[in-house]
Design a protein around this ligand. Structure first.
Ligand SMILES: [Zn+2]
Ligand SMILES: [Zn+2]
Length: 252
């Protein structure tokens, strides 16, 4: 039987129009940043690693001036993936797999802490990050880590309980995580779907890599929820996040 924990990695504050491009700029929006821990009999897996701790002390130095000017980090001490794991009695070296949904700074900022894990990332995402010109920050992901290129769906433990689900469009190789635990099923959408409102109204953010593909992924996720009763856990939905049991309480 699986155990899953929702790990709080602080929050970001920014202009709402970044998430809702049809709205006029000028309203602030607070988005939670999350990681998840999946405890499987064959090993422990972390989904996304949140924002780098260095970015708290020196946002412009770590994130770059452009990103730091758009996003204000609102995280308290211990709201990072390593501290959250420590609260559960775990060290980064206890983690066998790390899955990065994609390489935006709020999803892979603490990758360097997991030196002994295997990183499962879609091939297309790795390829673009390794290309000479791209918008990713090498400080987040480009460390001597074991990156495994995944191409499409991937059953991590071979028993159907934890499956990587490609949801491209937000970035070229974005992926979500499908978790089956007994009669409960979840999909951790990450940025394939920021909030419930994005799902219900098929709202695409201004920064989508491929809007048509992102729309397709969003419709696919909505189908999983409507037709199969699978619970979607959105990437940055404050209302949903605050209602979820969070570590040290298990989600399941
Ligand atoms: Zn993103
Ligand atoms: Zn994000």
């Amino acid at each position: 039987m699986l155990r899953v924990y929702a790990l709080s990695c602080g929050s970001l504050e920014f202009d709402r129009s970044l998430f809702f491009p049809a709205e006029a700029p000028g309203t602030r929006f607070a988005a939670p940043v999350s990681s998840y821990l999946v405890v499987h009999p064959k090993g422990k897996l972390v989904f996304d690693t949140g924002i780098s701790c260095e970015a708290l002390a020196d946002p412009a130095g770590r994130l770059g001036k452009r990103v730091a000017s758009l996003f204000a980090i609102r995280s308290r001490a211990s709201e990072d993936v390593v501290s959250q794991l420590a609260g559960l009695g775990l060290k980064p070296d206890d983690i066998r797999y790390v899955v990065n949904s994609h390489f935006h700074f709020d999803h892979c900022g603490c990758n360097a802490s997991f030196a002994r894990a295997r990183f499962l990332v879609q091939r297309a995402e790795l390829a673009i990050a390794r290309a000479e010109r791209n918008r990713y920050n090498a400080k987040d992901w480009d460390h001597p880590l074991e990156y495994v290129e995944i191409n499409g769906e991937h059953d991590v433990f071979g028993d159907g309980s934890v499956v990587l689900l490609p949801t491209p469009g937000h970035t070229v190789g974005h992926q979500s995580l499908w978790i089956r635990a007994g009669d409960r099923q979840f999909v951790l959408t990450a940025d394939a779907c920021y909030t419930r409102e994005h799902l219900e109204k098929t709202i695409l953010p201004a920064n989508a890599y491929d809007p048509a593909q992102m729309s397709h992924s969003l419709v696919m996720l909505r189908g999983l929820e409507e037709r199969q009763g699978i619970q979607l856990l959105y990437g940055h939905d404050a209302e949903q996040w605050h209602a979820l049991p969070r570590a040290p309480q298990p989600l399941i």
